[in-house]
Write a protein that binds this ligand. Structure first.
Ligand code: APR
Length: 308
């Protein structure tokens, strides 16, 4: 049988087999092969003139709630149509092999959970848990099949509406003629402005349940993540640019506490210089091979390849 994991370092295999506590710290790169654009990818279509970092702020939501809500609804529709990939499946399978494995993600999708992972710590919140911007009451979203199609239809409708628009403001920090090209948008899934729903408790606008730039991380999630990073034997940093703090502190805390740190990323990041092992490649390729090398679970790890 062909050895498909000959390039996974033996020291890593050994460390993983012997580890009692493991942390898997993930970023947007883990979901890239599920078709979800990473945060720093250029935005496309309607959103191409926006700066994602400017949209993801409380100020943008205050000034242009319909643009920001529309953007997050577009992202949520993308996630609803996506399926977990082989990396998500391999990580979920690892959770069954290691005595204690904590998954800490910066992603606001639910693809780890849909691959079978449990107790995922979401440092940056979730697209699927909007709440009132004033009183904090949760806003119920139905992610069943009806909603998937209605969100997608919403975006189909959007195209027609976009053509009729003559002017829209821009969020802080984005280009002035933001909407100039949107009239030429030809893909029905490119999104639109959508006014946020009103809170059923107090009537204030509902906001996405994500952590924006300038906001604090949910304290429970952060303390769980920090504790796990400081106590672990081995931390994987997978598909993250390792640039956004405080999340990017986690591999550093693990290193400082004496853990082995392994990075999986096709591109260089600031963590390259510090990690014990840098596996350069796509997470959906590498993580099933890591799993197979350590636990000889080729079929389980590759399940994502056959996912619908
Ligand atoms: N496999 C592994 N890594 C990949 C892949 C892949 N197939 N494709 C891309 N990557 C890597 C990129 O090289 C990059 O280093 O994923 C990383 C994605 O970086 P970002 O888009 O910056 O995502 P992330 O690190 O998760 O961003 C952190 O910043 O924008 C905020 O709140 C947002 O949670 C996000 C946080």
């Amino acid at each position: 049988m062909k050895n498909t994991h000959h390039d996974i370092p033996p020291a890593l295999i050994e460390a993983l087999r012997n580890a009692q506590r493991v942390v898997v710290f993930t970023g947007a790169g883990v979901s890239a092969e599920s078709g979800i654009a990473t945060f720093r990818d250029a935005l496309t279509g309607l959103w191409s003139r926006f700066d994602a970092q400017a949209l993801a702020t409380p100020q943008a939501f205050r000034e242009h709630p319909d643009i920001v809500w529309g953007w997050y609804e577009w992202r949520r529709a993308q996630v609803l149509r996506a399926a977990p990939n082989a990396a998500h499946y391999a990580i979920a399978a690892l959770q069954r092999h290691v005595p204690a494995l904590t998954i800490v993600t910066q992603n606001v999708d639910d693809l780890h959970e849909r691959a079978g992972a449990t107790k995922v710590v979401h440092l940056h919140g979730s697209l699927h848990a909007p709440r009132c911007s004033a009183c904090g009451a949760p806003h119920v979203v139905d992610d069943g099949p009806a909603t998937v199609s209605s969100v997608i239809e919403t975006h189909a409708e959007a195209h027609a509406e976009t053509r009729a628009e003559t002017h829209v403001g821009t969020p802080a920090g984005s280009n002035a003629d933001t909407y100039a090209d949107t009239h030429a948008a030809s893909n029905a899934d490119e999104g639109r402005r959508i006014p946020p729903p009103a809170c059923t408790q107090c009537g204030a606008p509902v906001r996405p349940g994500v952590v924006w730039f300038g906001e604090s991380l949910p304290s429970d999630a952060w303390s769980t993540a920090l504790h796990a990073a400081q106590q672990c034997d081995l931390l994987f940093s997978i598909g993250t640019s390792a640039l956004v703090y405080p999340a990017a502190e986690l591999p550093q805390r693990a290193l400082a506490a004496g853990a082995t740190v392994v990075q999986v990323n096709p591109n260089a990041t600031p963590l390259d210089a510090h990690a014990h092992c840098n596996l350069h490649g796509a997470a959906a390729d590498i993580m099933p091979r890591v799993l197979a090398a350590a636990f000889d679970q080729r079929d389980e790890g590759l399940k994502g390849d056959q996912a619908p």
